[in-house]
Design a protein around this ligand. Structure first.
Ligand code: COA
Length: 314
């Protein structure tokens, strides 16, 4: 049997950036046949932020800078930059390379690349960063989720345009000799008949995604808890991908975990894909006293289909 080695990583800092432009449900009522009542009751969303000329890499950089500044972190220590995104500025170069340049780290030895696992991207990127830190060559990883979904949103399709927004979140992880166990569960079910796709525009089968999401949220959280012998009392917070409030509530109910354990900010930002978990995590870290050595769980799902969960130690 294969032995499973737990990763060990330290969360050094978090940050986020959202553009200032606000698109409210009332604004959407003027564009498509919808209502604030319909949107809020079906999704929990009131407003989303929309980029105005900012590229994904600009938002990623500003989120990174926020994380760096909050901890007074020496940016030159960063030797790995990973950006979870499916809305990069270009097909190539990566957003990660742009962030390296914007941070003034281009002359340093830094591994930089993007991870595309759609809305599960930040869970995937956190796992990749952690494995690389535990591999021994890298010691400081800047992990970012950043998206400009507004560029791909069809503002004539009321079934999708009410859901999505823009933004970026960042987390700095370091290798450590302290006992800070981390574990990751990633999975996918590749589809030929795409139930959610971002091509020129976002298209999806909302009902199918909804049912899939509730199931994988429940299963992923259960798995990461079981694999690590965690009880509810060990968990400081669960940071779910913010796609729909009802999906989170239903999963919490099925898991019999108090909804208060879930950090939820979907009302303000809508679904920002790979950025939603790190934005929410930064808001949580900025607001709540750090419960040293308690666990944080990330859980995400997205196009692919992809899904997964991460366990980190505060
Ligand atoms: N305003 C008003 N009515 C709307 C609407 C809107 N913005 N969008 C859809 N409707 C209508 C539909 O046309 C349909 O009308 P009909 O019954 O006359 O045909 C009715 O509302 C119900 O549509 P349905 O799609 O069944 O609604 P729903 O309760 O499943 O909610 C979603 C739709 C999209 C909110 C929900 O399915 C969802 O959140 N799915 C997951 C999507 C997701 O998370 N995607 C991202 C993955 S990372």
């Amino acid at each position: 049997m294969k032995t499973r080695f737990l990763n060990n990583v330290k969360i050094v800092s978090t940050g986020h950036y959202v553009p200032s432009g606000v698109l409210s449900n009332e604004d959407l009522e003027k564009i498509v046949d919808t209502s604030d009542e319909w949107i809020y009751s079906r999704t929990g969303i009131k407003t989303r932020r929309i980029a105005n000329g900012e590229k994904t890499s600009d938002m990623a950089y500003l989120a990174a800078l926020d994380a760096i500044n909050k901890a007074g972190y020496e940016a030159s220590r960063i030797d790995l930059i990973l950006v979870a995104t499916c809305t990069g500025d270009y097909r190539a170069p990566s957003v990660a390379c742009r962030v390296q340049a914007l941070l003034g780290l281009s002359e340093r030895d830094v591994a930089c690349f993007d991870v595309n696992a759609a809305c599960s991207g930040f869970v995937y990127a956190s796992s990749v960063a952690s494995q690389m830190l535990n591999g021994g060559r890298y010691s400081s990883a800047l992990v970012i989720g950043a998206e400009t979904l507004s560029l791909y949103t069809d503002y004539e399709d009321r079934g999708t345009c009410v859901l999505f927004g823009d933004g970026a979140g960042a987390m700095i992880l370091e290798s450590t000799n302290e006992y800070k166990p981390a574990d990751f569960y990633l999975s996918a079910k590749g589809e030929l008949d795409l139930s959610i796709v971002i091509n020129d525009k976002i298209a999806m089968d909302g009902r199918k995604i909804y049912q899939f999401a509730v199931r994988v949220f429940e299963e992923s959280i259960q798995k990461i808890m079981l694999d690590n012998g965690l009880g509810k009392e060990d968990i400081a917070v669960i940071i779910p991908h913010q796609a729909n409030l009802r999906i989170i509530e239903k999963a919490a109910e099925l898991l019999n975990i108090d909804i208060e354990k879930f950090y939820i900010n979907i009302e303000k930002y809508g679904n920002t894909s790979a950025a939603s978990i790190p934005i929410a995590f930064d808001e949580y870290m900025s607001a709540a006293p750090r419960q040293e050595n308690k666990k944080v769980i990330f859980v995400g799902f997205g196009a692919g289909l992809t899904w997964g969960a991460a366990m980190l130690t505060l």
